[in-house]
Design a protein around this ligand. Sequence first.
Ligand code: FDP
Length: 378
Amino acid sequence: MASFLPRGPLQTIERHILEQQKFHPEATGTLTGLLYDMALAGKIIGSHIQRAGLAEILGTTGEENVQGEEVQKLDVFAQRTIYRLNDHTGRLACMGSEEEPEIIAIPERFPQGKYVLLFDPLDGSSNIDSNVSVGTIFSIYRRVTTAGPGTNEDVLQPGNRIVASGYIIYGSSTMLVYSTGYGVHGFTLDPMIGEFLLSHPDIRVPEKPKYYSVNQSNEIHWSDGIQRFTRYMQGMDNGFKGLSARYIGSMVADFHRNLLQGGIFYYPADLRDPQKPTGKLRLLYECAPLAFIAENAGGYASNGRQRILDIQPTVLHQRVPLYIGNRSLVEKAEEFIRSYDTTTADQSKSHYSGSVISVVKTRLELLVFPGRSRVPAP
Ligand code: FDP
């Protein structure tokens, strides 16, 4: 296998992180070390994923995680890798993982540090057995308590206090994308030399969006505003020709594609289960870290009514609806929700039956008046 080493100056992730440190005059190098260890976690997890078929490590453990989902063997491996790289360094006060019900304490025998690390060790893991791209998402906050072991207060911080966030995507190549608030930078792992090399400096969401990404099979469970916004995305509205649909069902992969190509990814509130009316995705482990990346690349993320980064979390595994990507599209979604959803995005049961009627009505209109504009813009 040939190394893809590009012409011109080479920049390793280590050098890049060190150079970013100059934007933070107060920096001690602790954050730099933490970020570098996340890159190392990405290499270890990525190499394990590549050998997954051979090593008989695909499939489930037979257990359920805190979300009631089946735990995949690779989820467990990724979780342990990140924990073991970070439990003893003296950089962290505690950690939080999508796979763990409570915050993860730093063992007493190790020093307690000033940062908090939150992560989703392997997002999109229901796709692992089909060889679809999956990813690791992480975010780093400063602790708010002053000493001793980290507490829930340290973890339950709004995304606008994120110090750094990023993701590693295990796809046709392994890439790490991160931001410390000074641009968004992407690195591709050269498997021949085992280094992440800068391949996508200063990523900006393209002004002209290409794709909308949503699991449209859930449409009858959405509120009127979201259904109408989706028809707008499909071009069933005067003045906007619509976008092409792309949905992998693996959030990191869907987000990454839209970050590079332009578009919107959304996972609205779903009224199928009245007990879980707030959407599927987790604020702390998925939405806030990617919102930080999106905004630093010129995009925007919202729950349909509020900026994701301004939401004050109340519980560790809080779920929120998510609209993320080009600012103009996310703001358009907010506009539809404001105009057509009179209560909150997570509506009452009575609205739910209204949603089904609305879908059927639109489908009938399509049959009777093909070609007619059906969605009045808000
Ligand atoms: P998964 O359940 O496979 O871990 O966060 C969960 C997530 O994947 C996201 O990565 C993905 O975007 C979404 O769920 C897919 O959900 P649907 O199957 O409901 O579309």
